[in-house]
Design a protein around this ligand. Structure first.
Ligand code: ADP
Ligand code: MG
Length: 303
């Protein structure tokens, strides 16, 4: 199990993380979410041992993670980290990048393992392509596969699918996260995309103003967001009488319950997102058709 105890860190003068406590079980998928600049990447780098903590401790099983002050070579064999800037070898092929750290004394095993991982990240068609000729998203996939090559016990992923196009994203997420579950590899995923989290994370941590403001399952946090910040991660919402409602929880109706005026409609596939003015506050309602600006509507809260 990964244990984070009373962890604090800052860059020179500015504090970034203050007194964090949490654990990650074997095989667990933990998501770290928070606004840009909230310290997600910093936290992953601390866990990886790239920085020295100002205060507190990090343990993986019985090993205490040490920063560069106490550990000449950053990192441990049981832990791999895929940063937002994946540093690959540009002039070698996808295969060679992934197999780089695998022993050349077992060529058959090396080949089998490399092929297996190429499949996990869905790059079969590019095995022999030089990395410099890949797109950003393809490079990101090579970096994930390379991190998995030597079977880490825990994997740290920083915005792992951010460069990958929507055509590929869904199936790739399933493939990678299912693989980690099957292999019982713990993972911590920093993300600002709810689709990286909702169907996959066992637990979520919300970072805000240096602290963990919530830790729970995606289901709990989605259904009972304690603050607008948490709700905003999941979708459009309105605050009515101090309660938070997602757009699909408000319904346009004939009779008068609440009255609002449409300001704009946005098509979003399954439905339209209606932005309306309610007592001089913007609210968002999901609706099956477009509504024109200025339309007076009534809505109710759908429970
Ligand atoms: P996130 O990944 O959530 O976007 P970061 O961990 O990258 O956030 O950054 C957290 C804060 O630390 C930000 O205010 C950022 O400007 C600052 N920061 C990040 N890296 C450095 C660095 N190497 N030196 C100084 N400040 C940094
Ligand atoms: Mg970051």
């Amino acid at each position: 199990m990964l244990q984070i105890k009373n962890l604090s860190f800052g860059y020179s003068k500015t504090d970034v993380l203050s007194h964090l406590n949490f654990t990650v079980d074997i095989g667990e998928n933990l998501a770290i979410i928070g606004e840009s600049g909230s310290g997600k990447s910093t936290l992953l780098k601390l866990i990886y041992g790239e920085f020295d903590a100002e205060q507190g401790e990090i343990h993986w099983k019985d090993t205490k993670i040490l920063g560069p002050k106490f550990n000449l070579v950053v990192g441990y064999d049981f832990m791999k980290y895929v940063s937002q800037e994946f540093d690959l070898m540009p002039y070698t092929t996808v295969e060679d990048n992934i197999g780089k750290h695998l022993s050349r004394f077992y060529p058959e095993e090396k080949k089998r393992r490399t092929q297996e991982l190429i499949k996990v990240v869905e790059l079969e068609a590019f095995a022999k392509t030089k990395v410099k000729n890949l797109s950003g998203g393809q490079k990101q996939r090579v970096a994930i596969a390379r991190a998995l090559a030597k079977e880490p016990e825990i994997l740290l992923l920083d915005e792992p699918f951010s460069h990958i196009d929507n055509f590929k994203k869904q199936s790739l997420r399933r493939s990678v996260f299912n693989y980690l579950k099957e292999q019982k590899i713990s993972c911590i995923v920093a993300s600002h995309d709810k689709n990286d989290v909702l169907g996959f994370a066992d637990q979520m941590i919300v970072l805000h103003q240096k602290s963990i403001i919530a830790k729970d399952t995606p289901n709990q946090l989605y259904n009972h967001p304690k603050t607008p910040l948490i709700a905003s991660f999941f979708g459009e919402f309105s605050v009515i009488n101090d309660n938070i409602y997602y757009a699909h929880q408000l319904k346009v109706v004939d009779h008068l319950e609440f009255k609002a005026t449409v300001t704009k409609s946005y098509f979003n596939g399954q439905s339209w997102l209606i932005e309306a003015d309610f007592n001089n506050q913007p609210i968002f309602i999901s609706h099956h058709t477009k509504l024109n600006k200025g339309t007076e509507i009534h809505f109710e809260i759908d429970k």
